[in-house]
Design a protein around this ligand. Structure first.
Ligand code: ADP
Length: 310
């Protein structure tokens, strides 16, 4: 994978009525990466997307697409972007072919290349058989594919998708996620969502935005690592005194839970599972359960956003 920086946002801020809807957001994206922009409703996702795509001027800050400044050279910068807004811009009374042909013209694909561009976009989005169908007669999942096809018709470096799976059924969601992942191979993709597992399934990088501010910016592996949480759940019929458990190497803290289980907090990278099992057998503690205690992504999210709010 090359290290070409495709998107560079620096200190993006947008003020609405004296309030910062987006506050000092900076990040960069490389070619071939899929970045998830995650946050609850009202966090500032759409406002950021609109600034990245040149549809809204930032109050301060800059956006560069492949080194081209969005404010100084909007036409050139926008030509490198494909955008699927939250409300897809579909002409329902047109066929897929007609609509994608118009989209190609709007994106300034030269007339000699339009037909091939339409065919390729359809092929990539699984729409080859749908060219002659009216958009209004397609299912919502297929309409969303058409929305993505118009965003990639000019083969842009960067594809930006605002909440692309909202309102789809589970099978459609699965298909659209697979398509987004695939797009990540050739393009840089930015996807906004309020669904944590979606980010985990599709993205390599994640940014969490809360009240206009980035509260997490890192690889998905770092987020998953936070989830592991260095904890075990332990069920013992005859639990010993806590001091005895604390003597086992790696055990840092023991918590008694309402359901009768013990939560063992241990040193990172030093799971005491094996030692606990041995001690339980030797001491006849009646062990009936030992399992990892994963923090859910939702918990991680709440922790991160509350830290920021505090
Ligand atoms: P998200 O996409 O994460 O749901 P938005 O970017 O739409 O969030 O909104 C961020 C904040 O900015 C919200 O508090 C919203 O009310 C406010 N906001 C968005 N657009 C406007 C606007 N045109 N005028 C005033 N406030 C706005």
């Amino acid at each position: 994978m090359t290290d070409i920086i495709t998107v560079e946002a620096t200190d993006l801020t947008r003020i609405y009525g004296g309030r910062e809807a987006v506050s000092h957001v900076s990040f960069s994206l490389k070619k071939g990466e899929v970045l998830g922009f995650l946050g609850p409703n009202g966090a500032g996702k759409s406002t950021t997307m609109k600034m990245l795509t040149g549809n809204l001027a930032p109050s301060t800050g800059t956006v560069k697409i492949c080194g081209i400044d969005m404010l100084e050279n909007p036409k050139e910068a926008k030509a490198l972007i494909g955008f699927l807004p939250e409300q897809p811009p579909l002409y329902r009374e047109l066929t897929v072919n007609e609509f994608l042909t118009i989209a190609a013209r709007l994106h300034r694909v030269s007339s000699g290349h339009i037909k091939a561009a339409v065919e390729r976009a359809k092929e990539r989005c699984g729409l080859t058989e749908m060219g002659k169908r009216l958009i209004e007669n397609l299912s919502k999942g297929y309409q969303q594919r058409v929305g993505i096809a118009q965003a990639i018709i000019h083969n842009p470096m960067v594809v930006i998708l605002d909440e692309p799976t909202v309102g789809l059924d589970p099978i459609q969601i699965r298909d659209i996620r697979a398509l987004i992942k695939e797009l990540g191979g050739e393009h840089s993709v930015i996807l906004s969502t309020h669904i944590l597992p979606e980010v985990e399934m599709v993205c390599d990088h994640v940014q969490i935005i809360h009240k206009g501010q980035l509260v997490f910016n890192g690889s998905i592996d770092v987020l998953k690592q936070q989830r592991k949480g260095n904890r075990l759940l332990l069920g013992l019929g005859q639990a010993p005194a806590q001091e005895q458990l604390l003597q086992i190497t790696g055990v840092e803290r023991v918590e008694s839970l309402d359901n009768g289980l013990l939560r063992i907090h241990h040193t990172a990278g030093q799971s005491p599972a094996q030692r606990l099992v041995e001690a339980a057998v030797a001491g006849q503690w009646g062990m009936y359960q030992i399992s990892p205690d994963q923090t859910t992504l939702e918990e991680v999210f709440v922790q991160l956003t509350f830290q920021e709010a505090a």
